[in-house]
Design a protein around this ligand. Structure first.
Ligand SMILES: [Zn+2]
Length: 299
């Protein structure tokens, strides 16, 4: 990464603003947006130095085909957290919702204003039990919900009650205290990739197949999983977590003509998105019941 096109400050609380000072020093954003709250103390100073452009509900912005729409209700009657920017980021058929730290009242205002449906949500207020109310969860109805939390934070975020409400709606819960979360959209679907991968492994493969004259429009993880399954004889792959993974890597490297490293990133991506499932305990070495399942029809 060399530059930042834009930064959005949901509301001027220290945990949402202070880190931006160092980021802006390393990569000055072309433009910074805020919700219009000037904040207090050090947060106020940092935010003012970034000369933010104020966004109100109904405003929008676009860059490189990616839409940023400000949702939520009128902020005048709302407290600081509840007045957070509720930002819906959409690209092609996919969308992400970033509702800052809204709690019950902010969520109710956003639900009343509408337009919240998204594939992915950053859980409001770090997965606090005072947020993620049932009507809000139903209105967003995402496939994945990410809790942005510090490891062992003193508030006990995310709260079990909030996680339960997302899971009851059939949403897959991810949390940043398990490690950084990286989700990519190609405009058609959202896919989780390893944070260690330098590039989107699927994009690498698309480029490669294009160079070989293969039709690329329909290349996706489902197809990669399908090819992997077709290529693996009865009784394979070998049992065991690591042996299975290196077996998949070798098959993919051979089948797709890519490097071992690229194939390994593809295996990561297939596993993170549920196309490859390990049945058993990854820490236990080869056992008869520790085998892999390949399912091209998961999501
Ligand atoms: Zn916060």
């Amino acid at each position: 990464m060399r530059r930042l096109s834009a930064a959005f400050v949901s509301h001027p609380h220290p945990d949402h603003v202070l880190g931006l000072a160092a980021v802006a020093q390393a990569f000055p954003p072309d433009i910074v947006f805020s919700n219009g709250d000037a904040g207090e103390g050090e947060s106020r100073e940092v935010l003012a130095s970034l000369r933010p452009v104020v966004l109100a509900p109904g405003d929008g912005w676009e860059r490189a085909g990616v839409r940023f729409d400000v949702l939520g209700g009128a902020r005048e009657q709302l407290a600081s957290n509840d007045a957070s920017l509720v930002l819906r980021v959409s690209y092609g058929a996919t969308s992400f919702l970033f509702p800052g730290d809204v709690e019950q009242k902010g969520e109710a205002a956003a639900v009343a204003a509408g337009g919240l449906a998204a594939d992915v949500i950053k859980m409001p207020h770090h997965g606090s039990r005072t947020s993620s109310t049932a009507p809000f969860v139903a209105a967003v109805h995402p496939r994945r919900a990410v809790a942005s939390v510090g490891l062992g934070n003193r508030y006990g975020f995310p709260h079990a009650e909030a996680l339960a409400r997302w899971r009851q709606a059939g949403t897959l819960v991810l949390r940043t205290d398990d490690g950084a979360v990286r989700l990519l959209s190609d405009g058609r679907r959202v896919c989780r990739v390893s944070t260690a991968a330098a590039l989107d492994p699927l994009a690498i493969w698309r480029e490669r197949t294009q160079a070989c004259g293969v039709r690329i429009e329909d290349v996706d993880l489902m197809e990669v999983a399908e090819r992997l399954r077709r290529h693996i004889p009865e009784g394979e792959p070998p049992v065991g977590y690591l042996r299975g993974r290196s077996y998949f890597r070798d098959v993919l490297a051979h089948e797709l003509g890519c490097s071992e490293l690229e194939a390994e990133e593809l295996v990561d991506t297939l596993e993170m998105n549920g196309y490859l499932k390990f049945i058993g305990d990854p820490s236990v070495r080869s056992q008869a019941e520790s085998r892999w399942d390949i399912d091209p029809h998961v999501p």
